[in-house]
Design a protein around this ligand. Structure first.
Ligand code: M7G
Length: 394
């Protein structure tokens, strides 16, 4: 992470490219943990930068980086003539600190602390963060909505029209005001053109977890819903030109790439997500992703497919759109048949006699989240920790 001890100018999105933030990350003051994902090895924090403001909230995401294969090179594998230029630190060098947990027969367990260069943590900061950002980053109960064209027109569209994240960052990219030097490929045609560049989520170092965005130039397409056959030339061009650019820049086989749209997206300006299929990037679940190939094919078969289709999507607890859908469809109210309810009651009574469930650091995060939802809040809670722990469902 770059040193941020120097103070820097306040954010001004309309000026030339900004390189240093207005805040000092070292001065972040934690208010609450929004999400702790042991699978993704990331933690999402809510807090403030008190030297700037006591009230403006900031979201900080720390995420451990994936391993690069070059980081585990051993000296024996580096050819002698290359030794001088290969100054890059690796895990297997003299500065590796090793602490033994235990050794049992042929099995050994250790804690290794490598060269600090290899311990960088990818950090994303949103400052100042809006309530909508806090809502997005606090993972809670999820509900699946099957959105018909009618529901889109009467509930979703009015909601996204009146309440959505600012698209300034997208326009800054399209107008070369920000991230210009990160552009991998661009085509300026107003109808079929697009910009290809690294996603905010990618550290840009490790091709294994490459994550690019293809942002279309056409500003009139909010999402998949707005696509029709007239957009086919643009979609086909994006697919082919992005694959070619990725092959040339990163050497990745086009047949190993996943290209898809999110529905619902967070940002209502059409963009394609691109990452290698061997890497499970965040947000690739079937309830959220629509493959570019499938989208093109659907539009080839039925020109107004996405205006007529029912499209499922997920809503999180705390999202205002969920309230609107709940009013109309009672999505939170589980419909349980009587026999099922009786069976559940029986099992519940049996379980009451069993010892209570406990958390274990070894369990996957999803299992722990489920338990948090099921368990009642402990009667006594340390006052000093009360504000720090994530809400029951986060
Ligand atoms: P989405 O499908 O609208 O939302 O994708 P979601 O995937 O977050 O639910 C928007 C994508 O844009 C995400 O993958 C973000 O990581 C990425 N992104 C967001 N911002 C604010 C930026 C940015 O400023 N620069 C870049 N390069 N990517 C961003």
């Amino acid at each position: 992470m770059p040193d941020q001890t120097e103070t820097s100018p306040k954010l001004n999105v309309s000026s030339t490219e900004i390189k240093s933030p207005s805040y000092d990350l070292k001065k972040f003051k934690l208010k609450r943990i929004l999400n702790n994902n042991s699978k993704a090895k990331s933690i999402t924090l809510l807090g403030t930068f008190p030297d700037l403001s006591e009230t403006d909230t900031a979201i900080v995401v720390f995420e451990k980086n994936a391993y690069r294969e070059s980081d585990v090179a051993t000296e024996a594998k580096v050819p002698a003539e290359k030794e001088k230029e290969e100054q890059k630190p690796t895990y297997f060098s003299s500065d590796l600190k090793v602490r033994t947990d235990f050794i049992n027969n042929i099995y050994g367990s250790f804690q290794c602390v490598p060269n600090p260069e290899l311990c960088a943590v990818k950090s994303t900061v949103i400052y100042p963060a809006t309530d909508k950002h806090v809502e997005k980053y606090s993972i809670c109960q999820k509900y699946l909505i099957n959105e018909t064209p009618d529901l889109y027109a009467t509930i979703t569209l009015p909601y996204i029209t009146s309440s959505q994240f600012s698209l300034d960052w997208v326009y800054n990219i399209l107008e070369h005001k920000q991230e210009k030097e990160r552009i991998v490929f661009e085509d300026n045609d107003p109808e079929t053109g697009f910009i290809l560049l690294p996603d905010l989520k990618w550290d840009g170092r490790n091709v294994e977890n490459l994550y690019l965005l293809g942002i279309v130039r056409n500003r009139g397409i909010k999402s998949l819903r707005d696509l029709n056959a007239s957009h086919l030339p643009m979609l086909r061009h994006l697919r082919e030109a992005a694959k070619q650019a990725i092959l040339e820049r990163y050497g990745l086989n086009p047949h190993q790439l996943r290209m898809y749209f999110h529905y619902q997206p967070s940002f209502y300006h059409l963009h394609v997500h691109i990452n290698p299929i061997r890497n499970d990037a965040p947000g690739i679940w079937c309830e959220k992703s629509h493959m570019l190939d499938t989208v093109i094919n659907n539009l080839e078969l039925v020109s107004d497919y996405y205006a007529r289709a029912s499209l499922p999507f997920v809503l999180y607890e705390g999202n205002k759109l969920l309230e609107l859908y709940d009013k109309q469809l009672s999505v939170r109210k589980a419909v349980v048949k009587k026999e099922e309810a009786d069976k559940e009651q029986e099992e519940l009574e049996k379980k009451e006699d069993e010892p209570a469930e406990a958390f274990s650091d070894e369990e996957p995060e999803e299992a722990r989240q489920c338990k948090r939802i099921k368990l009642s809040t402990p009667e006594k809670q340390d006052e000093s920790e009360k504000d720090l722990v994530a809400p029951a469902c986060a």
